[in-house]
Design a protein around this ligand. Structure first.
Ligand SMILES: [Zn+2]
Length: 73
């Protein structure tokens, strides 16, 4: 996640939580959303989700959400 002076950006952690999202996706936050909680609420409206992976929460864009977690190489 990258913080911006104007607010908060919630970006996709990719299907595995380790690799960058192939689309480098980030939630398109509404103008009024300034906190991570608000931005994630915006994301849920467009299909974003949070998932626990390896003991931590990762944010997934609608595309990565549907990707199966690949086996560890
Ligand atoms: Zn993604």
């Amino acid at each position: 996640m990258t913080a911006r002076p104007t607010g908060v950006e919630v970006s996709c952690d990719g299907p595995t939580g380790r690799d960058d999202c192939p689309d480098s996706a980030a939630v398109a936050a509404s103008y009024a959303s300034r906190t991570a909680r608000q931005v994630r609420a915006d994301g849920r409206e467009t299909g974003w989700t949070r998932r626990r992976h390896d003991g931590r929460l990762i944010d997934l864009c609608p595309r990565c959400r549907t990707q199966p977690t690949p086996p560890t190489a």
